[in-house]
Design a protein around this ligand. Structure first.
Ligand code: NAP
Length: 243
């Protein structure tokens, strides 16, 4: 089994997840990228991670499908022996005002954003318990802490991730498994590409700029590798959006 740590990153072929993958690769980890896209689409991301001197592998599966998750995690363990770091990052938005939000819109977002963290963590954590170490990081959001009009489904899913984070931190601390959440503000990715004119958002941010995926990746790397004693925390990374 490799001496290097292995990090599994869901939704990791682009955006924040991909940036986290590169940051962890630069810090000496090997990387398992999951995404829902096909292998050819993810290949440039895999190549870029390998160019940083890390091993990188791609596993296509839907994080909201429990069976697919279990099959894929068992395959990862058979092929690579361990998962030291899990970043539950895959997520979607299906925004709309609450009165117009139908049940499908609600359930899809809850299942992909929150259900996935249960499915993947549940599949992985037994191997972390055997290894007597591990770090899980859940990609929440500032709206999980503070709410946001037009995002009842998304905000609820992200708040749920914080509850899951704190509970798993309490259940698994004695097993030397740390569980934390990161709560990004406005980060420039495909997810926020349709925000349009961002001047109004910028006025709300004391740092005076939108965040980058790299801003998030630095905090993820800290939680994954640079601390042994931070657990159960939801860390806001938003340029001071809400102080
Ligand atoms: P992104 O660019 O849309 O990346 C999300 C990735 O997750 C995509 O590659 C997407 O694939 C994948 N994904 C979606 N559904 C999936 C599924 N069922 N199974 C596996 N993979 C799936 O978004 P991002 O901005 O980097 O966001 C990453 C995380 O940060 C999300 O959890 C998001 O909620 C959170 N976040 C983002 C911001 C922000 O401002 N960007 C702020 C707070 C929190 P496809 O697109 O191909 O479906």
């Amino acid at each position: 089994m490799s001496e290097r740590k292995i990090a599994l990153i869901t939704g990791g072929s682009r955006g924040i997840g991909f940036s986290c993958a590169k940051e962890l690769a630069k810090a000496g980890c090997d990387i398992i990228i999951n995404d829902i896209c096909d292998a050819a689409t993810a290949q440039p991301a895999i190549d870029e991670i390998k160019s940083l001197g890390a091993e990188a592998w791609f596993y296509q599966f839907d994080v909201s499908n429990d069976e697919q998750v279990h099959t894929a995690v068992e395959k990862m363990i058979a092929e690579h022996g361990k998962i030291d770091i899990l970043l539950n990052n895959a997520g979607i938005t299906k925004d709309g005002l609450f009165v117009k939000m139908d049940a499908e819109q609600w359930e899809r977002v809850i299942k992909i954003n929150l259900g996935s963290a249960y499915y993947v963590s549940h599949a992985v954590i037994k191997y972390m318990m055997k290894a007597r170490q591990g770090a899980i990081i859940n990609m929440s959001s500032v709206v999980g802490l503070h709410g946001n009009a037009g995002q009842a489904n998304y905000s609820a899913s992200k708040a749920g991730l914080i509850g899951l984070t704190k509970t798993l931190a309490k259940e698994f601390g004695k097993r030397n498994i740390r569980v934390n959440a990161v709560c990004p503000g406005f980060i420039q990715t495909a997810m926020t590409a349709d925000l349009g004119n961002t001047d109004e958002y910028m006025k709300l941010i004391p740092m005076g700029r939108l965040g980058t995926p790299e801003d998030i990746a630095k905090v993820v790397k800290f939680l994954a590798l640079d601390t042994d004693y931070v657990t159960g925390q939801a860390i806001e990374v938003s340029g001071g959006l809400i102080i």
